[in-house]
Design a protein. Structure first.
Length: 173
């Protein structure tokens, strides 16, 4: 029994030495951000900036010493009868100087998860599709101004096609 215990201790020390050598020789790669999965909206569209109010004090410790770290911007495509605009919702990040916690307001509600189409745009697309019997590919052609090519519409799956119909409203330059 003691012999087995000595062998296990020797193996454990060998494993520890091997782990230390591996830790010294291996290099940690830097964090790389993923490219955004969706294309940005065209620059010629007017933008409306909505800033969500930041907290006045730290929700964790109650301290008023908050420092701004940055902001997250969510862009939503919205339509006002035949006028397009992009609503930028800004959520500012703050760090507490006392407890070092980061605080930020919650993200706004979107009708479709991770979607960018506003409720008015979705209502217009669904009305055209189901009340006016306009297929999504025809909607994408009529919603874009002349001289712009509509983005392709994926109508393969019913739920995905409706979300892509909103994407088709944003025209490629």
């Amino acid at each position: 029994m003691e012999l087995q215990l000595e062998e296990l201790e020797a193996n454990a020390s060998e494993d520890e030495l091997a782990a230390e050598m591996a830790a010294r020789s291996s290099a940690v790669s830097a964090f790389e951000r993923k490219r955004p999965s969706k294309k940005p909206f065209p620059e010629h569209l007017p933008r409306e900036r909505v800033v969500i109010a930041a907290p006045a004090s730290c929700p964790c410790c109650g301290s008023g010493k908050l420092a701004k770290l940055g902001e997250d911007i969510t862009e939503t495509l919205e339509v006002i009868p035949r006028q397009w605009k992009v609503i930028q919702t800004v959520r500012e990040k703050f760090s507490c100087r006392e407890c070092e916690k980061i605080t930020q307001p919650p993200a706004p509600f979107h009708v479709t998860p991770r979607g960018f189409a506003g409720p008015n745009l979705l209502a217009m697309i669904l009305f055209e599709k189901f009340a006016q019997h306009q297929p999504l590919n025809r909607q994408s052609e009529t919603l874009c101004p002349r001289g712009h090519r509509p983005q392709p519409v994926d109508t393969g799956r019913p739920g995905r096609g409706l979300c892509r119909g909103a994407e088709a409203a944003a025209c490629a330059d």
